[in-house]
Design a protein around this ligand. Structure first.
Ligand code: SIN
Ligand code: FE2
Length: 217
């Protein structure tokens, strides 16, 4: 893999853009599966609806979140963590749908990470104005496993930084169906999402949905 940004891959299939060693965007990788993903998402939401969690500092997050899989990422006044139970219902998080799992494993393999089997899927819902500040995904036990992040619906600008918070960031436009994979030397790179612009998408309406797959436990 080269250091060039946005170098196209001409091997066929959906186009691939590298963001540096261990990080890449698979353009439109999820688009063909949107119907199955959307149906599965509704099943998850019926059991574990979106909610606005609080940061340890007490702020309400602008992004609404829920989870599926054996573990779910949660934040509250006591901190960030993975929990096997949804704190809102007290029940285990909904099972990870087959369509989610297959997509995540296939995208990871396409990105060079064979055998990725996520046990956690954080589901983020962005309304216009919602954003995610620059952060590292570091609550997972094993940084040897990659992160797979699927964009559905309204477009967003993904900020992809370096291993230090102050490193310069690249703005990566993400559209419906795009999948970002980062792992190996890129696993702890800072990232975030700029405030979502207004819009309407035929699948998701006035929102952007992001599925972030991790091996957390
Ligand atoms: C995340 O960092 O958890 C989400 C990234 C995104 O929404 O694209
Ligand atoms: Fe993240």
């Amino acid at each position: 893999m080269t250091m060039d940004l946005f170098e196209p891959d001409n091997a066929g299939g959906p186009s691939l853009q590298t963001l540096g060693p261990g990080a890449l965007v698979l353009r439109g990788f999820a688009t063909a599966h949107e119907t199955a993903l959307w149906a599965s998402l509704q099943d998850v939401l019926a059991l574990a609806p979106f909610r606005h969690m609080r940061t340890p500092g007490g702020f309400r997050m602008s992004v609404a979140m829920t989870n599926c899989g054996a573990l779910g990422w949660v934040t509250d006044r006591t901190g960030y963590r993975y929990d096997a139970a949804d704190p809102q219902s007290g029940h285990p998080w909904p099972c990870m749908p087959e369509s989610f799992l297959r997509l995540a494993t296939n995208a990871a393999a396409r990105g060079g990470f064979e055998g990725f089997v996520p046990d956690a899927c954080l589901i983020n819902r962005y309304a216009p104005g919602a954003k995610l500040s620059l952060h590292q995904d570091r609550n997972e036990r094993d940084y040897g496993e990659p992160i797979v992040s699927v964009s559905l619906g309204l477009p967003a600008v993904f900020l992809f930084g370096g291993l230090a918070r102050a490193d310069r960031t690249t703005r990566v436009p993400l559209s419906h169906g795009d999948v970002v994979v980062w792992g190996g030397p890129a696993r702890l790179r800072y990232h975030g999402v700029l405030p979502l612009a207004e819009g309407h998408h035929p699948l998701t309406g006035d929102y952007r949905i992001n599925l972030t797959f991790r091996k957390a436990g």
